[in-house]
Structures are given as C-alpha cells and as structure tokens.
Design a protein around this ligand. Structure first.
Ligand SMILES: [Zn+2]
Length: 128
C-alpha cells in the first residue's frame, strides 16, 4: 500500500508512506526494542531505538495484520504498491503505479476481494 494522508506525509518526510500488511502470526521482532513514535493515535508507530526510523505499525482493532515499511527490508526492490489510500489528501504531483486507488480508505468489506486480487496479481519477491 501507499498512503497519501497528511499524517504519513509528515511521518515519512515525503509524499506518501509505503506499507506491507503482514499477517500477525508471520511477524516477529527478533532483535532490539522498538520505541513508539509517529502520531500517537489509534495506530502505534514503532521506530528503531537507534536511528528513530519508522519501521512498522500496529493499529488498534486491526490485530490480524502488522504494517511494516517495505523499505526497511534488506531486499525491497520488488515492492510495488497494489493499493493507494487517502488520495484526497495527496500532493498534486504525487503518483504511484497502484492499480487500486481510494480517496480515503477502502470500505472494510472490500478487503477480502483486494486481498484475493493481490494474491493473484500482486508483486512479490523473486525466488532466490
Ligand atoms: Zn497515512
């Protein structure tokens, strides 16, 4: 996902943030103690305690997924946004190649179909 909301513009110091929704059972912190940063709202933004870079987000009421910043992966060149959100707030020049675009957030009921479409068509790492 790419998010164009003004909060993500501030936190990323850029035009939009990038997120990769990982099912919570597939996510594990194996080193270090992330610290809270960002907007301090219903979404909890976890940052590296050393460089303070935003690494991942857990959102209250969305316990099924952890949103990690794909640019924090050792290999992230394969990442292509599949949906973009909050285009109502986007900078006029900011564009992404995401095939699914939403002025705000997609309706929650739209997620199963989007997840199925991503499983079929979405970008994924090349096999090593
Ligand atoms: Zn956002």
């Amino acid at each position: 996902m790419a998010c164009h909301c003004t909060g993500c513009q501030r936190m990323s110091a850029s035009a939009f943030s990038l997120s990769l929704a990982i099912p919570t059972p597939g996510f594990e912190i194996i080193a270090g103690e992330p610290v809270l940063g960002g907007l301090h709202g219903d979404s909890h933004h976890y940052c590296c305690p050393h460089c303070k870079s935003w690494m991942f987000t857990r959102t209250e009421g969305m316990d099924e997924f952890v949103n990690i910043r794909p640019t924090m992966l050792d290999r992230h060149e394969w990442f292509v946004p599949f949906i973009e959100t909050w285009t109502d707030e986007k900078l006029p020049w900011a564009t992404t190649p995401a095939p699914h675009s939403f002025g705000k957030l997609p309706d929650f009921a739209a997620f199963p179909a989007l997840i199925q479409a991503f499983a079929k068509e979405g970008a994924r790492p090349a096999k090593a």
